[in-house]
Design a protein around this ligand. Structure first.
Ligand SMILES: Nc1nc2c(ncn2[C@@H]2O[C@H](COP(=O)(O)OP(=O)(O)OP(=O)(O)O)[C@@H](O)[C@H]2O)c(=O)[nH]1
Ligand SMILES: [Mg+2]
Length: 339
């Protein structure tokens, strides 16, 4: 399975210090000790959320700190407690202590809460140290430090979008263009030997794109890398079919399309019934525009949304990302009806 992973640091608030003070008031000679206690530091709490499906938000925000408790004050005033913070994590997140490797928590349902770092207790003020024989105590405690931890969060991901096409069609390059994933890219077929995942964000939406090894004719018979890795995209909601339209392939784009479709179908007929986008890839180096037009006509015939993209110049990439997000934002039932 695919795994999204981040390392973060959480710091609960320190407790406030206890105060050293004596009551000083008119007409009250030798007022006793009056140092208040420090407040508790805030906790860092993880909350399982249905609205998050990736750990992407932690990449931009790898430190989470709760507020410290206020110090105690004179007149026996206790310091205010520090505010705790709630940090959302997707359901399915496993929280590990990064130093010991110990599994601290496994979030299984929405709304579940787990305190990952506890705030420190407040120190006692000198009011607590008075005894009959010790009436002017100067003892007071410092607040205790909040817990600080380095954590590793792990999430098993299901891909939302699968990239399919011939070897060398530019699938890995596309995923590196739209996400932070950095798969191996090279100018020879079968660079990708196992699926790569990338997390894509478009506005507030995030989704997961899987790049699988290229398919060739006879893949279902075991040619090339075969088709067994297609199981990784069986549960996606959208396929983006990349066809290299540059002359360098020495093949016809339309026949490339049909060959890949046959291989997908032989693996699972359900795969070719999924919503699919057809993307003409490497349009920056396609000299003969007729190759693109032939593919466009095919897309119209097959009723597939058509894109012309270049992961090198960036042409068409934003539009493709946006349309993927738009399709994924639709309720699942709507897609089933369409099929
Ligand atoms: N000019 C141009 N070259 C591209 C483009 N996209 C990818 N390439 C090049 O095409 C070659 C193959 O790209 P990859 O992304 O590795 O192709 P792939 O589909 O992942 O290939 P496999 O992993 O072997 O199935 C690399 O040399 C890329 O630099 C593009 O839009 N324009
Ligand atoms: Mg690849």
């Amino acid at each position: 399975m695919f795994i999204d992973e981040v390392r973060i640091r959480v710091m609960a608030g320190d407790g406030g210090n206890g105060c050293l003070a004596f009551r000083r008031e008119k007409y009250v000679p030798r007022g006793g000790p009056s140092g208040g206690d420090g407040g508790r530091g805030g906790d860092v709490v993880f909350v399982a959320s249905e609205h998050h499906n990736t750990l992407l938000h932690f990449r931009f925000n790898p430190e989470h700190t709760a507020e410290r408790g206020r110090h105690g004050e004179g007149s026996n005033k206790t310091g205010r407690d520090g505010a705790s913070i709630d940090v959302p994590v997707p359901v399915g997140t496993m929280v590990y202590d990064d130093e010991t490797g110990e599994l601290l928590h496994d979030f299984t349902h929405a709304g579940e809460r787990f305190v990952v770092a506890r705030g420190g207790g407040g120190g006692r003020g000198n009011q607590h140290f008075a005894t009959p024989t010790h009436q002017a105590p100067t003892e007071h405690e410092p607040g205790r430090p909040g817990e600080e931890k380095r954590l590793r969060l792990e999430l098993k991901l299901l891909a939302d979008v699968g990239l399919v096409g011939f070897p060398n069609a530019g699938k890995s390059t596309l995923i590196s263009r739209v996400s932070a994933a950095r798969p191996k890219i090279a100018d020879y077929p079968f660079t990708t030997l196992e699926p790569n995942l990338g997390v894509v964000s478009v506005g507030d939406e995030t989704f997961v794109v899987a790049d699988v090894p290229g398919l060739i004719e006879g893949a279902h018979l075991g040619h090339g890398l075969g088709v067994q890795f297609l199981k990784h995209i069986e549960r996606t909601r959208l396929l983006v079919h990349l066809v290299d339209v540059s002359e360098a392939t020495g093949r016809d784009p339309v026949s490339d399309f049909h060959i890949v479709m046959e291989e997908l179908k032989s693996f699972s007929p359900a795969l070719v019934r999924k919503p699919m986008f057809l993307a003409a890839s490497k349009v920056d180096v396609a000299q003969d525009k007729a190759r693109i037009e032939a593919l466009r006509a095919l897309a119209a015939e097959e009723q597939l949304p058509f894109f012309e993209i270049s992961s090198v110049t960036g042409q068409g990439i934003e539009d493709l990302k946006y349309k993927m997000a738009q399709l994924l934002a639709r309720p699942v039932e709507e897609e089933i009806k369409q099929v």
